[in-house]
Write a new protein. Sequence first.
Length: 317
Amino acid sequence: MPMSVALLSFAFLVAAVCAAIMGYAIQRGATCMVAAVDEVITRRRAHRLIALVEAAAWVAGGLILANMAGILQMAPVGHTLGIVTVCGGILLGIGALINRVCVFGAIARLGSGEWAYALTPVGFLLGCFVAERLMASAAPTATASPLFSVGPVLVVPFLVFAAWRGIEAFDAVRNRRFAAHIWSPHRATMVIGLAFVVMLLTVGSWAYTDALASLAHGMADNVAAKMLLFAALLVGALIGGWTAGRLRLVVPTVADMSRCLIGGAMMGVGSLLIPGSNDGLILIGLPLLQPYAWVAMASMTIAIAVGMIIERRLGTR
C-alpha cells in the first residue's frame, strides 16, 4: 500500500473513532439547543448553553493552536450575511421545536431507542433536496476568519483555561472518578468539541447535517466517506445509550413519525438558507467568529424561545 494511501486510511480511521466518540458524548452531553432554551425559560439557569459555548471555545482554541503550528491546512469558509440568514435561523428553530429536539438531540434520542427520530435526518435530507431545487443557498465568502487575526491575543487565556480543565481531569484520575467526571453533561459537551477539532485536522470540516446536505445536493465528492462518519456517529450514540441504560424499544406512533419528518424537513430548509445547521454553527461558524453563524444561531434561539412561550401560554389557557 502506498504511504499516501496508508496515511489517508489512518486519518479516516482516527476521524471515524472521533465521530463515534462524538456520538457517545452526545448521549451524555448538554448538546440540544431546544433543551438549553427550555432550561433558561423554566429553570432560570443556563448550564446547557454554557456547555455549548465551551464546546465552541475548545474548537476555537484548537484551531488557533493548529494555525499557529502550521498544521491547519484549510479553514472552513464563511458565508454571506443577510435577511435570508435570519429566515434560515428562524426555520431552524421552528423545525427543532416541532421535532422537540435539535439535530444534536435527535442523535441522542435515536441512540436511546426512540426510533421515530430516525425520520429526523430523513426529513432533513428531503428538506435540503426540495429547497436546493427551489432556492439558492448563501454564497461562500473568501474573507479569512476573524479568529486567526485575534488568535495571538486569545491563545494565552485559552491555554490557561485548558490547563485548569486539565488539572480538574488529573484530580479526577487521582481520585478514581475520571469516568464520572469526563462523562458528566458539561464535560461530555467539551469532549464533542475536542473530537471535532481532531476530525477537522484529519479529514477536514465535518458535521453530519453537512453530509446529508451534500447528499441532497448530489455532490459526489467524499459523500461515501461522510456517510460512513455519520454511521460511526450513530454507532457511538447507540453504544452510549446502551451503556447508560437508556437504550430501549420505543415503538413510534404516526404522530411522532410525522412530527420528526416535518421538523427535520424544516430544519433542512433552514440549513440551506443559512447555510448550516446548529451542529455546524456551534462547531464551525461560532468558533470561527463568522457573523452569519452568530446571527443564525441568535435567530434560531429566539425562535425556539418565542415558540416555547407561546406553547406555555396556550397550554395554560
